[in-house]
Design a protein around this ligand. Structure first.
Ligand code: ADP
Length: 250
C-alpha cells in the first residue's frame, strides 16, 4: 500500500494554476523533501494531502483510500501537520498543548501521561517544562513542543511546512539532529517542505523539485546534484549551493 499517492493532480486559484498534473507516490516510512522557489506550489501540495484544499482534477489516496472530504477529522487524526512558527496555544501549558488532541480523543489519563513523557524525552525536553507556558521557552524549545504535538497521536504521516524556517542556524542544527533521531526511532512517511536545499539534503532520502506547479525532478541528492533533469534544476542547485563547495563532490 502506498501511504500517499497523487494522480494527475491540478489546482488553480482564481484560474491561475498552482499545481499542474502532478503524479507521484511518496514512499512509505521515509522522508521526501519538497523544494522549489517561492510560489512553486509546495504549500498547496501539502494542503491537498491533508484535505485542507481540494484538487480541481485528479485523485489523492492517503493510507490507500481516496480522501473522503466528509470524514476529514478522521484523516487529520492520522496526519501530523506542523507549519512554520509553532502555532502553540499561548494560554495553555506545554503539556496541554501537546496532549490536546489525545484528550479530545478521550484517551485514558495514564496513557496520555506516558506518551507525553516519552515524547518529551525523545526530543530532549526536560520533564518539568510540561508545566511551563510557550512564552517561557526559547524558539527551538517551542519548535520541539510543536513536533511533540504533531506526534502525540502517533500518526503514520507527517506533513511539515518549513517547520524549522524561523530558527537561528544553531538551534536549527540541533532540531535537525532530533528530527533524524526521531526518524530512526519512529520512522514515518514524511513530506518536508523547505526552500533550503541543504536542509533537504540533510534530512530527506529523496528530493522533489517543484517549479511553477510542475515536478522538475525527483531523486536522491546524488541524482539531483550529478544528473540534473533540466536547466532549471541545474541552476537552482547551483544557486543554492554555490557558496559551499563541499557539496560539489557529494
Ligand atoms: P509555495 O509554498 O511554493 O510558496 P504556494 O503553494 O503557497 O507555493 O503557492 C502556489 C501559487 O498559488 C502561488 O502563485 C501563490 O501565489 C498561489 N496561491 C497560493 N495560495 C493562494 C490563495 N489562497 N489564493 C490565491 N492564490 C494562492
Amino acid at each position: 500500500m502506498e501511504t500517499i499517492a497523487l494522480k494527475n493532480i491540478s489546482k488553480s486559484y482564481q484560474g491561475k494554476p498552482a499545481l499542474r498534473q502532478i503524479t507521484f507516490s511518496f514512499p512509505s516510512n521515509t522522508t521526501t523533501a519538497v523544494i522549489g522557489p517561492s510560489g512553486s506550489g509546495k504549500s498547496t501540495l501539502l494542503q491537498l494531502i491533508n484535505g485542507l484544499l481540494r484538487p480541481d482534477a485528479g485523485d489523492i489516496h492517503v493510507y490507500g483510500q481516496l480522501i473522503d472530504y466528509n470524514g476529514l477529522p478522521n484523516l487529520r487524526r492520522r496526519i501530523g501537520y506542523a507549519v512554520q512558527g509553532t502555532g502553540l496555544f499561548p494560554h495553555l501549558t506545554v503539556a496541554k498543548n501537546i496532549t490536546l488532541l489525545a484528550h479530545l480523543q478521550k484517551w485514558e489519563h495514564e496513557k496520555i501521561k506516558r506518551r507525553l513523557q516519552d515524547l518529551m524525552e525523545l526530543v530532549d525536553l526536560p520533564q518539568d517544562y510540561a508545566k511551563k507556558y510557550p512564552h517561557q521557552l526559547s524558539g527551538g524549545e517551542q519548535q520541539r513542543v510543536g513536533l511533540c504535538r504533531a506526534m502525540m497521536l502517533n500518526p503514520g504521516i507527517f506533513l511539515l511546512d518549513e517547520p524549522f524556517g524561523s530558527l537561528d542556524p544553531l538551534t536549527r542544527n540541533e532540531i535537525h539532529r532530533e528530527f533524524l533521531k526521531l526518524q530512526e526511532v519512529e520512522a514515518r512517511t514524511i513530506v518536508l517542505v523547505t526552500h533550503d536545499l541543504r536542509e533537504a539534503i540533510k534530512l530527506a532520502r529523496q528530493i522533489m523539485i517543484l517549479n511553477q506547479g510542475k515536478i522538475e525532478q525527483v531523486g536522491t541528492q546524488k541524482e539531483i546534484l550529478k544528473n540534473p533533469a533540466s536547466e532549471f534544476v541545474r541552476q537552482f542547485v547551483q544557486l543554492q549551493l554555490e557558496d559551499d563547495i563541499s557539496y560539489a563532490g557529494t
